[in-house]
Design a protein around this ligand. Structure first.
Ligand code: C5P
Length: 220
């Protein structure tokens, strides 16, 4: 392996939104651009990591990582992550995974015959929680996007899912999703820090440095 804070370490990163199929031509998704996850992947690569990027659909050019896996739905992302998580030293879940998915995708295009209709939804598998619960788990980093009470939710997420680190960002009012700049509140068991407003590329570099530091400190 080469040099850098993450030389020789396999880092699994998820990025982008997921698409939950309603019928063959429709889906439920969100405003995630994938920019933060791709920036984290580039920063980890620059620190010498062996990067595996599992990505939902984005408009971004595919980065030069060691393995690039494209998925659509939360179920596909879950399968791609679980097939690889135990062989990785660090997991960084930046993807905006859908929380709900249609109970079943209609086999044919749904016609507009009804004045009103409903789509029954069911919870998606919790990818981050499942990774954190693995017997041979990687150092596990979760993301949180909140419109209010950011620090409290971040600490709750850290404790609730027994994560090693949570990076939280404010969304809404033009912040977060699909924006060029961002700010992060980062916490871990026993500490926290704020990474002030900056381009996502800069923030990703700082976050990756923090992750490398904590990864070594915990002796993972
Ligand atoms: O609780 P919340 O959905 O805000 O948590 C966001 C974090 O959880 C992100 O790291 C996201 O990638 C992850 N997540 C997941 N599987 C889900 C939902 C969210 O891994 N089904």
């Amino acid at each position: 392996g080469g040099t850098g804070l993450l030389a020789g370490i396999r880092v699994l990163i998820t990025a982008g939104p997921t698409r939950e199929p309603i019928d063959p031509v429709r889906y439920i998704s969100n405003r995630s651009s994938g920019k933060m996850g791709y920036a984290v992947a580039a920063a980890a690569l620059a620190e010498g990591a062996e990067v595996v990027l599992v990505s939902g659909p984005t408009a971004l050019p595919p980065p030069q990582v060691h393995e690039f896996v494209t998925v659509e739905s939360a179920a596909e992302m879950y399968a791609a992550v679980m097939a690889r998580a135990e062989s990785c030293g660090i997991y960084i879940g930046t993807a905006a995974v859908a929380d709900y998915t249609p109970v079943a995708a209609a086999p044919q295009k749904i016609k507009k015959t009804l004045a009103e209709t409903q789509i029954a939804l069911t919870r998606t598998p919790d990818i981050l929680g499942t990774v954190a619960g693995l017997a041979r788990r990687p150092f596990t980093v979760g993301f949180a996007a909140e419109t209010h009470d950011l620090e409290n939710y971040a600490r709750q997420k850290l404790a609730g899912k027994a994560l090693d680190m949570v990076a939280a960002n404010q969304v809404g009012q033009g912040l977060g999703f699909d924006a060029e700049d961002n700010a992060l509140f980062v916490c871990w068991p026993g500490g926290d820090t704020r990474l002030p407003f900056a381009p996502k590329r800069r923030l990703a570099e700082q976050l990756v440095r923090l992750i490398a530091e904590r990864y070594r400190a915990t002796g993972s």
